[in-house]
Write a protein that binds this ligand. Structure first.
Ligand code: NAP
Length: 263
């Protein structure tokens, strides 16, 4: 198995549709032992129930906007697992009203929240988890979307947060590379999760993607999970600071159709 003997932390499981859960399933299938987190009591039961499928999991609370919870998470992971080989960050949030209408109307508070939860949290998490990976090296993976480098309708402030997240991936990769720690992002095509449902018009986005992506289908949770298993494994040991697209090839398209009636 690809990840036999490896230990990882997965942050961002809300329910069985979460991309983080797809990743947890893939890396666990490949032999990794996991610590998984839940945000607040509301999600604890969900995560505990899902974690029954994992082998000897450690289940811990973590709100990524709270430094004291991140500190406690690092301490608990050290206590329970000793060290880590990889960290998966699959967390994002923006106020619902910011994911509709014009980006130009974004509020200061809406901008701050999106950046804090969806972008800074990667750096906040990395700061605490690097000491647990330093001895042997490791891999950090985050989740991003095409709405960062390009404009996608209604993605708005979340697109700006993803652009900052992708820049963080590059800066973190440069800082941590000398310590043997790699940092990469997976840019997933749209998948209907709770977070995605907050984006106005997600069903139309899924249909557009299905019609125009080279593979002519939507992205599946398990495809993202398997790509993450690659990125946290030694198979990707020469890859850092990069964004791996798992989107049926959608991002390579410049113009999808000349005659809309033909597709
Ligand atoms: P999801 O199942 O709703 O997962 C998002 C997770 O972020 C939830 O577990 C959520 O918990 C958590 N979260 C939000 N605020 C948090 C906080 N302050 N502290 C800790 N956790 C917090 O949706 P998902 O689609 O799998 O999202 C995972 C990642 O994939 C996100 O970065 C998203 O942008 C990215 N992504 C998704 C798609 C897609 O189409 N689904 C495409 C590309 C990239 P709560 O439910 O409690 O808020």
């Amino acid at each position: 198995m690809l990840l036999e003997g490896k230990k990882g932390l997965v942050v961002g499981i809300a329910n069985k549709r979460s991309l983080a859960w797809g990743i947890a399933q893939s890396v666990s299938r490949e032999g990794a032992r996991l610590a998984v987190t839940y945000q607040g009591e509301r999600l604890e039961e969900n995560v505990r129930k899902l974690a029954e499928e994992l082998t000897d999991p450690v289940i811990l609370p973590c709100d990524v906007t709270r430094d004291e919870e991140l500190d406690a998470l690092a301490e608990a992971v050290r206590r329970e697992m000793g060290s880590l080989d990889f960290v998966v960050h699959a967390v994002a949030f923006a106020l619902r009203e910011e994911l509709d209408g014009e980006y130009v109307q974004t509020s200061r508070e809406g901008y701050r929240i999106a950046q804090d939860v969806s972008s800074y949290s990667l750096t906040a998490l990395a700061r605490r988890m690097v000491p647990l990976m330093e001895a042997k090296g490791g891999s950090i993976v985050t989740l991003t979307y095409l709405g960062g480098p390009r404009v996608v309708p209604h993605y708005n402030v979340m697109g700006v947060a993803k652009a900052a997240l992708e820049a963080s991936v590059r800066y973190l990769a440069a800082d941590l590379g000398p310590r043997g720690i790699r940092v990469n992002a997976i840019s997933a095509g749209p998948v209907k999760t709770i977070a995605a449902s907050g984006v106005h018009g997600i069903s139309k986005m899924l249909e557009y993607h299905r019609r125009h992506a080279p593979l002519r289908r939507n992205t599946e949770q398990s495809e993202v999970g398997d790509a993450a298993a690659f990125l946290v494994s030694d198979l990707s040991r020469g890859v850092t600071g990069d964004v791996l697209y798992v989107d049926s090839g959608f991002h390579v398209m410049g113009m999808a159709e000349l005659d809309p009636a033909a597709s």
